[in-house]
Ligand binder design. Structure first.
Ligand code: PLP
Length: 381
């Protein structure tokens, strides 16, 4: 009944170079993954500090699961509201400098849970057009009026605010953008916020742990609410929302994605506390990440390859979707994994190679990447 539609949609995706078909990974070993017996250098992981691949963290997590068991076996709102989770949330709020914190099973769920619950008909949400798909979904589900502003254009944002000053407004953005790899213009956003007084929500998924003093992210000065994820620099899974007093109580009472979903287990919260300790003393890892990312970006630029990115997410502009797939495929054959990001993850005809750096990469890895990319680019039309 539905098969015909599925088949024709998939065929159209294939033709347009938009088909998704991830390689099957048989094993992970630090910065390498294995596809069958082929060993591949991974530039497509968000394990920015190498914690997700570290034995230090996996030993701690294993111990926590042994101590606390495998599952919370309930929603947070029924019998899943454990002391260790509340304690971990208090420690996260304190470390990151917010009044309160709330854990969610994933960043996707956090963005949907927060945005669809806090806003409703009569409110206006103004958002950067390059925010993550989960935020777009949350905004759409809220019932609020929503308006996009051009990526990182504070002039466009200001125009939108000036035209909508009579409504309750919220601004949604990211601090390190997940695909473009550029930073939010924090200074100008602060200035505009002082003038218009909106509620600001900043998704710091790619910054928390990796950037800012002690890995505290970039946007504390401007964010009323921040979203961090455990699945990237923090090396685990799940997400934490940092928020003002009273907002958590509201989510507990009105947020479907929180109320009707099994909470993360106690072992997760205990591991989150362990991770905070690692992040606190992580300046060495953050320094390595910064330096190797800079080395990669400068090396690509010197080779005449068009790149964007202010930190550890570097995007190589390709444009045509089929070409991006061919280039990533060519690199894969030569033992390098990089993600060809295409519509709808990025705008149509603006495909990129999303190069994700980690503190595990070395200068030799970077030079190998650049040489191989140059070879592949000249082979692929
Ligand atoms: C900016 C941003 N926010 C949220 C998410 C979702 O986080 P999670 O992977 O924990 O669902 C991602 C992950 O890709 C992201 O890039």
């Amino acid at each position: 009944m539905f098969e015909e539609r599925f088949e024709s949609r998939l065929a159209a995706r294939k033709k347009a170079g938009l088909y998704r078909n991830p390689p099957e990974i048989t094993k992970r070993q630090g910065k390498y993954i294995f596809a069958g017996s082929q060993k591949i250098l991974n530039f497509a992981s968000n394990d920015y500090l190498g914690l997700g691949a570290s034995s230090e963290l996996s030993n701690k997590v294993a111990k926590n699961f042994k101590t606390y068991g495998a599952s919370s076996s309930s929603s947070r709102l029924v019998s899943g509201n454990y002391t260790v989770i509340s304690r971990a949330e208090r420690e996260y709020a304190q470390y990151f400098g917010y009044e309160d914190a709330l854990f969610f099973p994933s960043g996707y769920q956090a963005n949907i849970g927060v945005l669809s619950t806090f806003f409703e008909k009569g409110d206006t949400i103004i958002f950067d057009k390059h925010i993550h798909a989960s935020s777009v979904k949350g905004v759409a589900l809220s019932g609020a009026r929503f308006l996009g502003y051009n990526h990182n254009s504070m002039t466009h944002l200001e125009k939108r605010l000036a035209a909508n000053h009579e409504t309750r407004a919220a601004v949604i953005t990211e601090s390190l953008f997940s695909m473009d790899g550029d930073f939010l213009d924090i200074e100008n956003l602060e200035r505009i916020k002082r003038e218009y007084g909106f509620l600001s929500i900043v998704d710091e998924a790619h910054a928390m742990g990796a950037l800012g003093q002690g890995g505290r992210g970039l946007a504390r000065s401007v964010a009323d609410i921040a979203v961090g994820t455990f699945g990237k620099a923090l090396g685990l899974f799940g997400a934490f929302v940092l928020l003002p007093n009273g907002f958590k109580e509201y989510l507990f009472n009105f947020s479907s994605p929180l109320i009707y979903s099994t909470s993360l287990p106690e072992a997760h919260a205990a591991s989150a506390i362990d991770i905070l300790e690692i992040i606190y003393r992580g300046d060495g890892l953050r320094g390595s990440l910064r330096d190797i990312s800079h080395f990669m970006k400068e090396g690509l630029k010197k080779s005449g390859i068009p790149v964007m990115g202010d930190a550890h997410i570097i995007s190589v502009e390709i444009g045509d979707e089929n070409r991006a797939v061919a280039v990533a495929g060519g690199l894969f054959e030569k033992g390098i994994f990089v993600f060809p990001a295409r519509f709808p993850t990025v705008p149509i005809n603006r495909a990129i190679l999303r190069v994700s750096m980690t503190s595990l990469h070395t200068e030799e890895d970077v030079l190998l990447f650049i040489d191989t990319l140059k070879e592949v680019l000249s082979d692929v039309e």
